[in-house]
Design a protein. Structure first.
Length: 210
């Protein structure tokens, strides 16, 4: 009887651990990111996401609020980029997809700075030279964090232009902090932008499960 009871307890424990693992796996499968949000800015669908020590920003233009194709396109592109995160130490440019005419995305020649390929910055001065005031929140001296690097590329598929920026922070904590802090920054969160959390579980949520 004692052996039977032990066997049952072990079996139940194994089942519980398996269920927990499966639940965890399913939870992760709903998105490639740790957190993400999306909004319509008036001219583009704009998606922010964090994964590990990285902060991602993607905008697809031109678009309209009712443009489901544009919205789905930026979400799919973001999921693909974020899925490339394997560690917190890789240079941000390694997460920027190469232009691929077979997939329909080529480098947008209307953006001179990125027309010849991904551009990078490793400090406040070089980042500001690339994106002007957009770099300021990432190097705010009043904060406890500072970006380690930036990679930027702009693509086109003939219909849309897709602007991708990948910021590398020192840690996942710092990435989470900048993600939160940008909500109060007027440049990154203007009053007319209603952000919607992307969790892939709400049927009314525009970010679908993977």
């Amino acid at each position: 009887m004692t052996r039977l009871r032990c066997f049952c307890l072990c079996a139940c424990l194994a089942f519980s651990l398996t269920a927990m693992a499966c639940g965890s796996s399913n939870s992760g499968a709903t998105s490639g990111w740790d957190q993400a949000r999306i909004a319509f800015t008036g001219v583009s669908w704009w998606l922010n996401a964090i994964k590990s020590a990285y902060y991602f920003e993607l905008k697809i233009t031109p678009s309209a609020q009712e443009d489901a194709v544009g919205r789905a396109t930026v979400i799919t592109f973001a999921q693909k980029v974020v899925s490339g995160v394997k560690s917190s130490t890789a240079a941000p440019q390694t997460l920027v997809p190469a232009a691929d005419s077979s997939s329909g995305w080529t480098l947008d020649q209307n953006v001179p700075k990125t027309a010849n390929g991904v551009v990078t910055a490793t400090d406040a001065t070089s980042a500001t030279n690339l994106i002007d005031g957009g770099a300021d929140p990432f190097y705010d001296p009043s904060k406890s964090y500072s970006a380690k690097g930036l990679a930027w590329e702009v693509y086109t598929n003939g219909t849309y232009s897709l602007d991708l920026k990948v910021w590398q922070m020192a840690s996942a904590h710092d990435a989470s902090q900048i993600y939160s802090d940008l909500l109060s920054d007027p440049l990154y969160s203007p009053d007319n932008v209603p952000w919607i959390t992307c969790n892939g579980t709400d049927t009314s949520n525009p970010c679908p499960a993977q």
